[in-house]
Design a protein around this ligand. Structure first.
Ligand code: GDP
Ligand code: MG
Length: 311
């Protein structure tokens, strides 16, 4: 860590916040420059889930997840202030990502309330501008409404229109993020990319494939829990066994995800398996189950398993 004594060096923690499928993982991969590799065994040095680390010549940005901000209807609103306070202690700033290819909905409003109450320096990234970005104005308006309602000053330092997929305006975004960081030494060795737990990385891949096939049909209330990861290489040459549960709220959603004759789930499984085999560099056997749990968003056990809460 040669840069530790360099007084020009900046470092800090930035929380990436945004609804599922707005492009957070894509953006992280684009910023860090390679697929986030799995380094699951690094002991957690912070209570945050580190999603990735961006090393620059004179700075290190540690991107983290902020659990507990997902939309849990009433309980979410009720606990907004305590959750907001607790989950962002020690964070320098927020990278708030919205998807301008979709209309902002109720869930977006909840997240905006969170960002507004957090009051941390924030960069608001309008992602997917390559799609035309027709909803940008609606997001801006909603944001102003939420600010008025929460009666807080606007924490947004910069609004940036980006495309994580096409790599558009990402240098500008990096610059804006750097402006949020204080002077400081790097927190991690340079070759560390992420210590995001393996389970969450796998569930992310499965959710990404679900989104790929379902797009706007994908229910917001879908969640993927990894139940088992077992290395069965010893008895079945080079095999990793993974089983995952896809939670939905209603039978109708289960039907959509399974598809006619099970076709959709099959395709999801096989795409996910291919990607997992690349990551593990081993054969993977992936089993997917779809489970209807009416209010899984209210089940502490499921939420904990999904990493939404820390205990
Ligand atoms: P996350 O749930 O927020 O991590 O979202 P992902 O990174 O998994 O992205 C969800 C989907 O949006 C994927 O199919 C991405 O390819 C797509 N996506 C992400 N960024 C962009 C973008 O800038 N433009 C377009 N058109 N699609 C994007
Ligand atoms: Mg993701």
């Amino acid at each position: 860590m040669n840069n530790a004594n360099n007084t020009n060096f900046k470092s800090g923690f930035i929380s990436i916040i945004g609804r599922p499928n707005v492009g957070k993982s894509t953006l992280l991969n684009a910023l860090i420059g390679s697929k986030v590799s799995i380094v699951s065994e690094i002991p957690q040095t912070t209570r945050f889930q580190v999603r990735g680390i961006l090393n620059m010549e004179n700075a290190q940005i540690v991107f983290v997840d902020t659990p507990g901000i997902h939309s849990f209807k009433k309980s979410f609103i009720q606990h907004l202030n305590t959750v907001a306070k607790k989950s962002i202690e020690g964070i320098e700033g927020i990278l708030y990502v919205v998807d301008v290819s979709r209309e902002p909905g109720e869930e977006e409003e909840d997240i905006m309330r969170f960002v507004a109450s957090a009051g941390l320096p924030t960069i608001m990234a309008f992602n997917k501008i390559d799609t035309g970005g027709e909803n940008e104005e609606d997001f801006r308006k909603l944001w102003q409404t939420v600010l008025k309602e929460t009666q807080k000053p606007d924490p947004v330092r910069k609004y940036i229109r980006i495309s994580a997929l096409k790599g558009k305006n990402l240098d500008e975004l990096k610059e804006a993020l750097l402006d949020l960081l204080p002077a400081g030494h790097p927190y991690y060795e340079k070759d560390t990319l992420t210590d995001f737990p393996l389970k969450f990385r796998i569930s992310d891949i499965i959710r990404e494939k679900l989104f790929y096939f379902l797009k706007k049909e994908l229910p917001h209330s879908v969640a993927v829990e990894i139940e088992t990861i077992e290395d069965r290489s010893e008895n079945e040459k080079g095999l990793i066994y993974i089983s995952a549960i896809i939670y939905v709220n209603r039978d109708s959603q289960k039907k959509i995800i399974i598809g006619k004759g099970g076709q959709l789930l099959k395709k999801v499984g096989s795409l996910a398996r291919e990607e997992l085999e690349q990551i593990f560099n081993k054969k993977v056997y992936l089993e997917l189950f779809v489970k209807v749990v009416k209010d899984w968003q209210k089940s502490p056990r499921i939420l904990r398993e999904l990493g939404y809460w820390w205990t």
